[in-house]
Ligand binder design. Structure first.
Ligand code: AMP
Length: 545
């Protein structure tokens, strides 16, 4: 017997309709490319998104078509976020920091018909235009007529100005309803190994993810919140914050391309931001700015950090020097992205300051809706004792079942689990801690050593700005840890003193055999350490000595 409740499809347009009708005067503030401040309301976002649908229709976009974006966090980008899925097309956000060949590959793989492009990427689009001309018919620059940049396209492609085509369109569109499993957005993984792969979200998965992340034990976003996503809208939908702000009626503050510490601090204070989210590199930049300028963050209460492990120093510095909690979240493109969040349970109430600090390093417990487990090499589940580490598997309604273009279910095990490629422990309270990417774990004499643990300890040394630990081949132990470090500004690194900080913190056999001081470390387009390139360069290091 079926229940007798209204059956309403979970449409992304109804998130926006809710914002416009129930939080109509809620603010959306953007720093523009020209460094001016643009302000409008959720009511305006909804009306302009309907207008944008009329523009998309004029450009030949139909249901199921991919609409690409190469853009920072800003209000015009937000309009594409809602207009494309609202008409059953797909908003395809592209990471402009990738190599131009990868950007062209992604555009062609997704077969984007139209690209919406920020002025910052005028030369990128000129570079790749000849490679994407078979696919992309129109490039729309996200600016006004006075600020149109120089762009050269390939024959057959048309250049347009966003504000001009918007001014010429009507906003008489009425949001349709259709199957909630319809694809809504597409985002490619950053591709540290092999070609980037597309993750195709649905209206339903986006709704459920949005509901979950706004909960108090996750991002805890509410109508009075003022939310600043530093994480780019081209990186897994800015972790869902553009949807979460609309659903709750929170103010959304979009920083554009201005993501250095000084610009962020100014914007956060001016716009009374209380909640922000981004990767550790951004918070290190902000911390450095606060320390050198003496500026304080007057309204920020919570910072969510994810994307890579937050070094203990960062968490301690924000807590002890600024009274701001840096909260650890874990996720991935394939998870929309949120999988876990480190919010305390009653069991954490009596922890000492040190133990609480240690606990904050964990990536957290499963979001409601997500299940997780760790398994050994044979797929056997490992105990939740905070010690055993194995491959992290997840399942849930906002976890990918296949990559774009592949058969549904093709990324899953026979019993429906998704292998994250991360290695983790889970403790008795259900808190997960990432110890490695499975490709990065060091296998020494048959035992596993966590590279992240060793990196976190290395950066606690005052002379070390950044550290990477990789598995280098070893004649006796198969692999041994090799530590690469970058000196903090104005400091010189003494390798012996770096090794001394490991004393008493890890088993002796975990100690890196050698410390190599390097001028800089390579990063991926999303700011993660690019260990594949370090391994290529250093994997034979111990074989040579
Ligand atoms: P992406 O799909 O680009 O968001 O990358 C996802 C990967 O980033 C995960 O599989 C993890 O390896 C890593 N990651 C994300 N969040 C964290 C975190 N809080 N701590 C450590 N690694 C993380």
């Amino acid at each position: 017997m079926f229940g007798l409740m209204q059956s309403q499809g979970l449409m992304i347009s109804s998130i926006l309709k809710h914002a416009a009708r129930h939080h109509g005067s809620g603010e959306v503030v953007s720093r523009t490319h020209e460094n001016t401040t643009h302000r409008y309301t959720w009511r305006d976002v909804e009306a302009r998104s309907r207008r944008l649908v009329r523009v998309l229709q004029k450009l030949g976009i139909e249901a199921g078509d991919r609409v690409g974006t190469l853009a920072w966090n800003g209000y015009r980008h937000l309009e594409v976020y809602y207009a494309a899925p609202g008409m059953a097309a797909i908003c395809h956000t592209i990471n402009p920091r990738l190599h131009p060949d990868d950007v062209a590959y992604i555009v062609n793989h997704a077969a984007d018909k139209v690209l919406f492009v920020d002025s910052s990427f005028a030369s990128l689009i000129t570079t790749i235009a000849p490679k994407i001309a078979d696919t992309v018919k129109t490039v729309v620059m996200l600016t006004d007529a006075d600020n149109m940049p120089e762009v050269t396209l390939a024959p057959g492609m048309t250049l347009a100005c966003y504000d001009q085509i918007m001014d010429a369109a009507d906003d008489d569109y009425v949001w349709p309803t259709f199957d909630e499993n319809t694809a809504s957005a597409l985002c490619y993984t950053s591709g540290t190994t092999g070609r980037p792969r597309g993750v195709l979200y649905s209206h339903r998965s986006t709704w459920l993810h949005t509901y979950a992340i706004t909960m108090p034990d996750l991002m805890g976003i509410r109508a009075t919140s003022r939310v600043l996503p530093v994480v780019p809208m081209f990186h897994v939908n800015a972790w869902g914050s553009p949807y979460a702000a609309a659903l709750t009626g929170a103010a959304l503050v979009l920083p554009g391309r201005h993501m250095d510490g000084a610009s962020l601090a100014t914007l956060m204070n001016a716009e009374r931001v209380d909640f922000t989210a981004g990767v550790p590199t951004v918070w290190l930049g902000l911390l450095q700015h606060l320390r050198t300028s003496g500026e304080k963050l007057t309204t920020v209460k919570r910072i969510v950090t994810g994307g890579s492990a937050a070094p203990p120093l960062l968490i301690e510095a924000f807590r002890d020097e600024y009274g701001i909690m840096l909260e650890h979240a874990w996720g991935m493109t394939e998870l929309s992205p949120l999988g876990t969040f480190n919010a305390p349970k009653t069991g954490q109430a009596g922890l000492s300051r040190d133990a609480a600090g240690q606990h904050m390093l964990k990536q957290g417990r499963a979001a409601p809706g997500i299940d997780m487990k760790i398994v050994d090499g044979d797929g056997k589940e490992l105990p939740w004792d905070g010690v055993a580490f194995g491959d992290l598997m997840v399942k849930g309604p906002w976890v990918a079942s296949a990559y774009y273009g592949d058969e549904p279910g093709s990324t899953l095990t026979a019993d429906g689990w998704f292998a994250t490629g991360d290695v983790a422990t889970i403790d008795a309270d259900g808190f997960m801690e990432i110890t490695d990417r499975s490709k990065d774990v060091i296998k020494s004499g048959g035992e596993w050593i966590s590279s992240i643990t060793l990196e976190n300890i290395a950066v606690s040394h005052p002379d070390v700005a950044e550290a990477a630990v990789i598995a280098a081949l070893h004649p006796k132990w198969d692999e041994r840890p090799l530590l690469l470090v970058v000196a903090a500004p104005g400091r010189t690194i003494d390798p012996a003193s770096v090794l001394a900080v490991y004393e008493g913190k890890v088993a002796k056999w975990w100690l890196p055999d050698e410390v190599v001081v390097v001028p800089e470390l390579p990063h991926t387009a999303t700011g993660k350490l690019l260990k594949t390139s370090l391994r290529t360069q250093y994997k034979d290091h111990y074989l040579k000595v």
